[in-house]
Design a protein around this ligand. Sequence first.
Ligand code: ADP
Length: 237
Amino acid sequence: MERPELLSCRDVSLGYDGQNVLTHLNLTIRAGDYLCVVGDNGSGKSTLLRGLLGLLPPQSGEIWRAPELRRGAIGYLPQQTRAQRDFPATVYEVVLSGCLNQKGTRFFYSAAQKSAALMNMGKLGVLELKDESYRSLSGGQQQRVLLARALCAAGRLLILDEPITGLDPAAAQDLYKTLSYLNEKEGMAVVMVTHDLGPALRQARTVLHIGRGGFFYGTAADYLASPQGRRFREVEP
Ligand code: ADP
């Protein structure tokens, strides 16, 4: 039986002020998928993520979302900027802010949201850092905290923009392991933009390559055998 659809792009064009960045994109993300989005700088990867998140409406075509994703229930890990690394809050406050979308008009977080935040911190191994200042953490610890934050919003879909940029190899490896765990054991669908193709292609089940001549969209194995993917076949972890 096919896994249920979470999100699908049907003949979608995305861009800015009438200028197309991506055209005629067809893509389906199902529960438990692991999709890697690759392509040169400026090819439109972040634009696609904005479309998937509902932050950028399509210029044409349709982006369909399953009902459970319609109320901001997509976990999102944005690209990190220097300013964000200096964020003046405790680890607990940062993780809890992932529940903001579900807070509605209430001023306080509910007990259930607080316990979800604590549970996600435990899952990501940052519970003991709960009262530390976020800005004092290492890059790898900060990414784990932000992933715990994203999990507070994520029902069944996590979207990550270049999550291992700036991490040392051990921290990057660690993050990949965590993503695999969430994907395989918890059935979380993962959509990840990355430049780090070797390890990412070993984890991803499907690949979307955004190129000048069009898209490649298929399994990671087919991508590695394709003209665009062939050069990554020998990449070491
Ligand atoms: P990538 O993430 O693959 O590096 P982007 O999606 O950031 O690519 O950018 C794709 C194209 O869209 C680029 O030509 C970029 O200049 C343009 N672009 C990105 N963001 C905006 C914006 N807010 N307004 C206008 N053009 C943009």
